[in-house]
Design a protein around this ligand. Structure first.
Ligand code: CTP
Length: 418
């Protein structure tokens, strides 16, 4: 039987706390389910578990020091974190959380956590007063905003003799959170968007010139895929209509792969009705009027061929202006290279969508193809300016805004019907 963990690569970072012993049980269970585990032991972690036990259970080298990685046989730290499908921190101490929140990278564990572009799950464990301290809570809020996933801590008796929140989740709970992650479900097991149908468009479109050439753009699809994943984790029933990308299909999502803008529109129409539509695709505005059936050949002495372009259908505007089956919430993106907010406000009105997520895609921003994004969420009645965030964190915030909007709408409908 294949499990969601089959062939998954987990990078397990073991912090310095009494709960570190639970990492041994977690490794055993992860490996039983087909995952491979690489262990990274912090200096403080080594006071609680030995490299020998970790190495025996992972069947791999235990990584401890940044400078271990400089010998030729060892892999570099970037590779070590990029090679994983998920980073898991057990236990995540107050000190580790603070370092992560501030982007410190003084040792191997924190360097890996800063160098990664992979999802990260942390299992905090600390004394109750340390957990409840304003500084820790500030760090936790920052890390959640950055898209870091949390499991626990639980309430209970603590090794220090006190009682309260701060006890690390049990290996079985952490294992369940990891399994949920890989099956596309919420890490916390909650599904507040259950029953909500969401249509997401993503990626570029390719507009053929002839059988071997096409017009395209630099969109990677990362933002749209992250949005689809974030919504599915909240329990939504997501259809992702994607142009050509190199990204794997996210788990737990209905995937429709298309090439051209017209195919994308047809796939979207076939996916309605939906409660929410989020158009994150970088749809080509134009296509070539006649797509040659044979490769266009160079002819000696002949003029360079001129391409005549015709306008593609506007998918966002079409969905926004539907008379029948219009999703209750339609969200567009505004990719701008100057006057970002001003152009986006005008674009929201012109296209008729409810919200527009404006972002700067000028070459200096590095957004196209990169992992970071700085966006403004523009509604009819105002705007939120978000700081620069990883695309996954932008997706989590957008999914959270959709959830809050739906909850508010539900409440006001209930009031009206009372
Ligand atoms: N969009 C669409 N279909 C198109 C063009 C754009 O659905 N044919 C959607 C995009 O998915 C995005 C929004 O419209 O949600 C804005 O896309 P953008 O490229 O910023 O705007 P354009 O309409 O292309 O306008 P311009 O190029 O003039 O900025």
């Amino acid at each position: 039987m294949t499990t969601p963990l089959q062939n998954r690569r987990i990078l397990l970072i073991i912090g310095g706390g009494i709960a570190a012993y639970k990492s041994l049980e977690l490794i055993r269970r992860l490996r039983e389910r087909g995952a491979s585990v690489r262990a990274v032991l912090t200096g403080a972690g080594a006071e609680f578990v030995t490299p020998l036990s970790l190495g025996t259970l992972t069947g791999d080298k235990v990584y401890r020091d940044l400078f271990d990685l400089t010998d030729n046989a060892a892999i570099g730290h970037i590779e070590l974190s990029r090679d994983a499908d998920l980073l898991v921190v057990v236990p995540a101490t107050a000190d580790l959380l603070a370092k992560m929140a501030h982007g410190l990278a003084g040792d191997l564990a924190t360097t890996l956590l800063l160098a990664t572009d992979k999802p990260t799950l942390v299992a905090p464990a600390m004394n109750v007063r340390m957990w409840e301290h304003k500084a820790t809570q500030r760090n936790v809020a920052q890390l959640k905003a950055d898209g870091i996933h949390f499991i626990g801590p639980n309430d209970g008796d603590m090794a220090c003799g006190e009682f309260g929140p701060g006890r690390m989740s049990e290996p079985a709970e952490i294992l369940a959170a990891i399994e949920s992650h890989f099956s596309g479900k919420s890490v916390t097991g909650k599904a507040p968007l259950k029953g909500i149908r969401v249509l997401v468009t993503s990626g570029p479109t390719h507009e053929p010139i002839d059988p071997v050439r096409y017009l395209a753009n630099r969109s990677s699809g990362k933002q749209g895929y992250a949005i689809a994943t974030a919504l599915a984790r909240l329990g939504a029933d997501v259809t992702l209509v994607s142009g050509p990308t190199n990204l794997p299909s996210p788990a737990g999502i209905m995937m429709k792969r298309v090439e051209t803008a017209r195919e994308m529109l047809a796939a979207c129409e076939a996916s309605l009705p939906a409660d929410v539509a989020i158009c994150a695709a970088a749809v080509a505005d134009w296509r070539v009027d006649v797509d040659a059936t044979q490769k266009i050949k160079k002819k000696p002495g002949a003029k360079t061929p001129a391409l005549t372009l015709v306008e593609n259908p506007d998918i966002l505007a079409t969905i926004s202006k539907l008379k029948k089956n219009r999703p209750a919430l339609v969200v567009g993106f505004a990719a701008e290279t100057e006057k970002v907010v001003e152009h986006a406000i005008a674009k929201r009105k012109r296209k008729g969508c409810d919200w527009i997520v404006a972002n700067d895609v000028s070459p200096e921003s590095g957004v196209m193809g990169g992992d970071l994004n700085t966006v403004h969420l523009i509604r009819a009645d105002g705007q939120d300016d978000w700081p620069q965030l990883p695309k996954q964190a932008v997706a989590d915030r957008l999914a959270q805004s959709v959830l809050e909007h739906i909850q508010k709408t539900r409440k006001s409908t209930k009031k009206r019907t009372r």
